[in-house]
Ligand binder design. Structure first.
Ligand code: GLV
Ligand code: MN
Ligand code: MN
Length: 411
């Protein structure tokens, strides 16, 4: 076997080709699920996978699957991959690194003339970020069976476009394979991803071996007061929806700090109506995002978030809420975590075990197969923003660790 090493220039070239799609006028990248930018990025990946001679298929919800055959056709394959969609004005690495890294890892295996016993499949999951349709990790939830294909196809975006219609424009025509896989059908899953926090930098480690993924609850809340004249309405006669929402956001911050255990709470979306500079806000639409590494802490922060809505009554502001999504926290598989550490050591890198605060497709894959993730350091811990960056040597190191890990798992 020749030396197994990812070509850093080739990885950077693929990442920059993907980054040419979905540039946002407001900065960063906006690549909604099943959008033209998402489809364009996917076509680039398909071309690279086709050049490797892989068998390329798509499933009924639009996940892309490309298989490198193994010598034992009866052995369950190893999967690796991530997503190409992004948050609004996000970074260029969240998702694309796991896809480009997988492509380049397979190219490295081909260059090293490595044959594996098990097949290796590169998977590009659809709709991970949840920024277009009402929930995230859509593709992997269909693979694990948490969502049926029928449920996925019926999802609608804010403009009322159904997932089925968006998919028809996005996916290559032709027969689709079933999305769902049965337990045992996939031998193991690994996802390369940027860390999106500052733990690796703080620990001086180049590789994170992910032991668990935090769970999440998202709730949409409507605060309804009275729109009124900003000059003529005395303070004691107001029903200001924004002030009620602001108090609630601050209560969430306190709740996360008091609950502890790694719980975090964010109000990242707040729309103020009618939104005039001389009008008291009459209505506010807010979405909160609550996370914790275990169900007990997630329950605790969620219960406080709901209880804190009662404060609206003191301002005579009406409050209604609905849960958009709950994702249970999940543990990764000890054998795969240890295999990530071994692969890092083979490449001469320091690894660090850590929990992922961000959700990933690996969470659903862990429901159907042994899974873990390889993290690489995020410069300044920044992500979900245009400043998201990872040093090129860390990107290449992560993909090289992935190549060694795939070789180890596929035998
Ligand atoms: C996905 O990136 C999430 O954790 O929201
Ligand atoms: Mn993300
Ligand atoms: Mn991601």
């Amino acid at each position: 076997m020749n030396e197994l090493r990812v070509d850093g220039d080739s990885l950077m070239k693929l990442l920059s080709e993907l980054a040419a799609h979905g540039r946002s006028p407001s900065g960063g990248w906006t690549r909604p699920a099943l959008s033209e930018a998402d489809a364009a990025a996917r076509r680039i990946v398909i071309a690279r996978l086709a050049a490797l001679g892989l068998e390329i298929r798509h499933d009924e919800v639009g996940n892309l699957r490309a298989r490198r055959p193994g010598s034992d056709g009866a052995a369950a394959p190893v999967w690796t991959g991530s997503h190409l969609d992004s948050v609004p004005s996000g970074g260029y690495l969240d998702g694309p690194l796991g896809v480009a890294g997988a492509v380049c890892a397979l190219e490295a295996l081909a260059r090293a003339k490595v044959k594996t016993r098990r097949a290796i499949e590169v998977v590009v999951f659809v709709g991970e970020e949840g920024s277009r349709f009402p929930r995230g990790t859509i593709g992997s939830a269909a693979v694990s069976g948490e969502l049926s294909a029928v449920e996925v196809l019926a999802l609608r975006d804010a403009e009322g476009v159904s997932f089925a219609d968006a998919l028809a424009a996005y996916r290559d025509p032709g027969a689709a394979i079933p999305a769902r896989v049965a337990p045992g059908e996939v031998h193991a899953f690994v996802e390369l991803h940027v860390e999106q926090g500052g733990v690796l930098e703080a620990n001086g480690a180049q590789i994170g071996a992910v032991t668990a993924i935090a769970g999440l609850v998202q709730r949409a809340v409507t605060f309804t007061g009275d729109a009124n004249h900003a000059g003529a309405t005395p303070m004691h006669l107001r029903r200001d929806a924004l002030l009620a929402a602001a108090e609630w956001a601050l209560a969430l911050e306190r709740a996360a700090r008091e609950v502890g255990g790694g719980a975090v709470a964010t109000v990242g979306k707040l729309e103020v109506f009618p939104g005039g500079k001389n009008i008291i806000p009459g209505r506010v639409e807010a979405i909160c995002d609550l996370r914790a590494p275990d169900a007990a802490h997630l329950d605790a922060v969620d219960a406080r978030a709901v209880a804190a809505l009662q404060h609206g009554a003191a301002r005579r502001v009406a409050v209604s809420e609905r849960r958009l999504q709950r994702v249970e926290p999940g543990a990764m598989d000890e054998r795969v975590i240890a295999a990530v550490e071994r692969a890092a050591a083979q490449v001469g890198l320091r690894s660090h075990r850590m929990v992922s605060g961000a959700i990933h497709d690996a969470l659903h894959m862990a429901e159907v197969t042994a899974s873990s993730m390889i993290f690489v350091p995020s410069v300044g811990g920044r992500s979900h923003c245009p400043e998201e960056e990872t040093r090129p040597e860390h990107l290449t190191a992560g993909a090289t660790v992935l190549a060694h890990l795939l070789l180890g798992l596929a035998g």
